[in-house]
Design a protein. Sequence first.
Lengths: 527, 600
Amino acid sequence: MPSLTIDGREVSVPDGTTVIQAAEQLGIFIPRYCYHPALSVAGNCRICLVEIEKSPKLQIACNTFVNEGMVVHTGSEEVESGRRMVLEFLLANHPLDCPVCDQSGECDLQNFYMNFGLYNPRFREHKVKKQKAVQVGPHVMLDQERCILCSRCVRFTDEITETGEFGIFNRGNRAELGVYPGTELDNPYSGNVVDICPVGALTEREFRFQARVWYLSSASTVCNGCSRGCNIDMHYVLDRPHLNQGKRVMRVKPRYHGDVNEWWLCDEGRFGFGWLDEGRLEAVRGPTEDASWEHALNVIAKLMQEKRVGVIASTQLTNEELFLIREIFPDARVTASVPERPGSSDDFLIKPDKTPNTRGAALLGLAGPNAPDAEDIVDEAIAKKLDVLWIMGHDLVDLFGAEKARELSESVELLVFSGTNESPTAELAHWVLPTASYVEKDGTFVNCDGRVQRIGQAFPPLADSREDWRVLLDLARLAGPSLEWSSPAEVFRELSEAEGAFANMSYETISDQGALIPSAKPTEAAS
Amino acid sequence: MKLSDLEGQAAEILRRYEYPKAAMLPLLWLVQENQGYVSSEAEAWVSRQLGVAIAKVREVVSFYTMFHTQPVGRRELRVCTSPPCVLRGANALLEQIKDRLDISPGETTPDGAVTLTQVECLCACEMAPMVQVDERFVGPIEGEVLDQVIGDALSAPGAPESAPEPDPYICSDGPVLSSRFGDPDGCWFDAFVAQGGYEAARRVLESMTPADVIAEVSKPNLRGLGGAGFPAGRKWSFIPKTTQPKYLVVNADEGEPGTFKDRYIMERDPHNLLEGMIIAAFAIGSHKAYVYIRGEYFRSAHRMQRAIDEAHARNWLGKDIQGTGFDLEVVVHRGAGAYICGEETALLTSLEGGKGSPRLKPPFPAISGLFSCPTIVNNVETLACVPFIMRNGADRFAEIGTQRQGGTRLFCVSGHVVRPGVYEASVGVTLRELIESEEYAGGVRDGNELKAVVPGGISAKILTADEIDVPMDFDSLKAAGTMAGSGGVIVMDETTCMVKALDAASTFFADESCGQCSPCREGTAWVHDILRRILAGQGKLEDLDDLLGVAGGMEGMTICVFAEAAAWPVQSYILKFRDEFEQYIRAGGSADREAAECQA
């Protein structure tokens, strides 16, 4: 463990650590373009210059390994002038089209110029012209003039996806980033190149010209697209309805988690958020025009006390909600075990189970080998062994066919559908309850590796939709057993006491890193 | 020939390499030689043969200047417009050729006969101004030779050439490097052996240990003669004693403007180089060597290959050499037009099938080089000194040179001298002797005054006429504020316009920057743009400080030393000839400008 001094502060780091990493441990930020912790070191941008005592010239912090007794200065006059010069080189041919660049506001050319540049430009020559607004793939736009050739994206496609779509063609100041003519950047992780691009060279097609980034709010959550549970930030706008046709969610960005998704997110998770603002159920629908939550809950509460009830819950629901279902319907036929067709998968992030909480449902006994099968419950209902059936989010038409779904709706006394979006099953239900999407509520999921992760609440439920947990608690108040809890956090406290797998966990201990259930072995989530 | 017909040859090429991707350049050459250019179908074919993404093939095709991506003429006429050729009228020559062929560089005559290409230094500065017709160097192009070259370029490939073989002045005095240069046909195996060739290698293989060899080479201070001057024996001693494969790579990517020595060794004494390679490979424990020869040196590659084939046939290469139990295979690997590949790590990246991008150090090649194995990269001339040392002893080699650098060098003298050529001399010879002595270049041409000299290839800082009483060894020239570099001495007489001379150098560096590091990619082009503006009469006096600022910003700020090489001419030309630059700028676009210009 060599010890070194950076800006007068001492730190001990393992052998093989680079200066840029050691500085990070002290909270000292050294600017970087080409350096990315997930990628091989390229050392080409030269912005991470530092002064190392006894070294004749400035060194790049990304490729300088620490030595015992090394003394590093990251802000000396020499360093500052070196960085300024590098910035002047990088900006010499930069088009400075910030007013029409989506990166503006989160661009490291802007940021570092303001922090480390502020020189008077000397470049008086004609800028090199290259191609702009090139669509390189279904999700990514390329502007060759803005590109600083840091090669992060090239290394991403070479080293992470190993698909090799990107290349830097030609040489000298004619060098330009591109894909081979006639090919596309179309691997399932293509959107990540936009995140790692430190400038506006690679931007998202979907987000193109939708909003200036400084209008975006951000909330941490967990992707519900598959059982991996990638950590994400949801970027949204609530107060500028003139943007993005009034839709709230603008884009999704991966949030680093070393054991889940590292820096990455698949395109399905990144771009599959349209349903959060489109085709939503916004109001309670029932047999009469004046259907309301109160009316619906009273009907359900009454019948569930008197009749034989079945609940087909969902692995899209949180642990808290599944736990409430179990508590509220102790005598009902309940399952979250629904025969969803497995989707695409790979050995990186994408899992075939396209729901986020199968493992949580299994821990609560609502999925897995001991849970009843959803189709059996449907068949029981058709056979009139059940009077009430509550479908949570599933489309029975898709699962079991239109005929069976219709037969079901005609067989049972009460068919309730709760969910976020319109579906053919909603058309068949007697009561339709609009519920909150996962970003509109708090709670936890358990991912495929047994990590309990909190989803948080980004913004309130849309229109008259309500969180499932709130609906369930309201119902409990009407139909007993009376439950004293009033928030997901309180429900989770009870859950952790009741279920060994969650023992000693709380929202505080789960924090933003999640917590592993005891039986979960440590796994390499994404390497 | 169809691509599918090349698959047998491709498979054979692939077998030479440890990793398929390393066959990138040979396969692209194979395609171009058979189809005239590298089509997109051919890129896809190469990508399949090597199992690499097609974007990686395009990266390589677009990086090197010798690959054509469009059909070209039956022949190619390359005109060198690098500084040494420019000093001897290359710009005017290019204009004449453009007029005669009625096409511009990059174009093909309408009848499809010839494609005209303007190229950076072909390292044939002794025959400046010069051109290359397909594989053949011709020069100096003056008088009727121009007609002959145009005639050759327009004739069918394979027709008898009418332009004469170049006949430059070549020293063959030896004793270390050049004694066989006089007779181009006197260097083949039997003649070489008759003169005691391979005896040094025999003695080494039969009776010495690798440590003995390293000690013997270290003793007289054999320095790396590619330009850096690093002690060769010390470099060899860095090879770890592990069981990994080790590689010897010969840097024959001669490219520094003003330098043309390695070509003579490969063309006129290839067995001497091979003998040096056998000894070096034995010293570092390598059984596989690559000779990376710049793409434009077709003849060097052919002659090296012939020597390798001869040596194989006589068991001086291959398995169990001369019954000593030592194995060595040698592969000739051809570049494709990129000066930067002379930088040793760029050379390795190129040899592995990538663009010629220099690598970060550490790790140094001796620890992790070719295919991530311990590798020694040595210049041709360095290795060619080794047989002499082992044959005649370290003391003999040491006594020819100076105390801190043994032996001789092949000094390449070009520019405004009476006899441009390659001269072997002790490393202690002075720059003045090389230029003025009748034994060497014979003085400045036409009785003109000497104005400036670049002593070690275009990257070296320039010296003025009163700074030439300096010995040519590495340490003396370093002390004089410049460098011995590649031994390329470029002489400029009083008629030289320093603005134009610097412009020619800056064009070279802007063309040849690999583009990897921001300061070099942007800085070389920026310098070039400013100089072009000054030449166009749009200069401002503050441009000179900007040039120095940009050069200073490149220096020491990049992965390799190319940026320094590009910065040093800028700094030294302006420092030493500032008045001339200011005068040029002041004259600007006015009528005085022509008067202010010297005639280059």
